[in-house]
Ligand binder design. Structure first.
Ligand code: IMP
Length: 183
């Protein structure tokens, strides 16, 4: 692992092998569920970049991928509660089967907002797939159709997830040392 970043890590929650195994299983499940359907994967930037790239290679179906960016936490580990779309889709989703691919569902506010917004565009269906699910912090109930792993009330980084725009390139999902979050 990137040595300079690794020295800030307190613990590894999911290492590369564990991530790869689970993502392969999710891909197989999605392949079975979407056979014969016009599937569009919707990667929520930037956190689900690595997850989407790995997941889509385990979905043995024709599909397209598009990208959407929503407002992030900025420099904090707490949500502002206000969700905005920073970058919208390029493709039309009308009559298509959308699978929203998220890195983590925390309060549920982001996913709830995305689902509400996308429903207005009349897709054939909307489902959600998240690598990580933090149910203890939920404010808004949202449907999670495919879930990689459940996590407790930790702020996690790595495999695409950042803290203050850093640590995305850690290959495992990790918790940082307390002093890093405090600084
Ligand atoms: P929510 O709207 O509170 O569910 O948060 C969703 C977004 O917040 C995720 O897509 C992440 O970008 C970010 N987020 C929430 N928890 C974490 C975390 O533990 N580490 C890194 N980013 C997080």
């Amino acid at each position: 692992m990137t040595p300079a970043l690794m020295s800030d890590v307190k613990s590894v929650l999911f290492d590369t092998d564990v991530l790869a195994r689970r993502i392969r299983e999710l891909g197989q499940q999605i392949t079975e569920d979407y056979r014969g359907k016009d599937l569009i994967l919707l990667c929520v930037l930037k956190g689900s970049l690595f997850f989407t790239a790995d997941l889509m290679r385990h979905i043995a179906l024709p599909l397209t991928v598009d990208f959407i960016a929503s407002s992030s936490y900025g420099e904090s580990t707490r949500t502002s509660g206000v969700v905005r779309i920073l970058k919208d889709l390029e493709e039309s989703v009308e009559n298509r089967h959308i699978l929203i691919v998220e890195d983590i569902v925390d309060t549920g506010l982001t996913l709830g907002y995305l689902i509400r917004t996308l429903k207005l565009r009349q897709p054939a269906s909307i489902r959600t797939c998240t690598l990580l699910d933090k149910p203890v912090r939920r404010i808004l109930e949202v449907p999670v159709d495919y879930r990689g792993f459940e996590v407790g009330d930790h702020f996690v980084v790595g495999y695409g997830l950042d803290y203050a725009s850093r640590y995305r390139t850690l290959p495992a999902v990790c918790v940082l040392k307390d002093e890093i979050y405090a600084s």
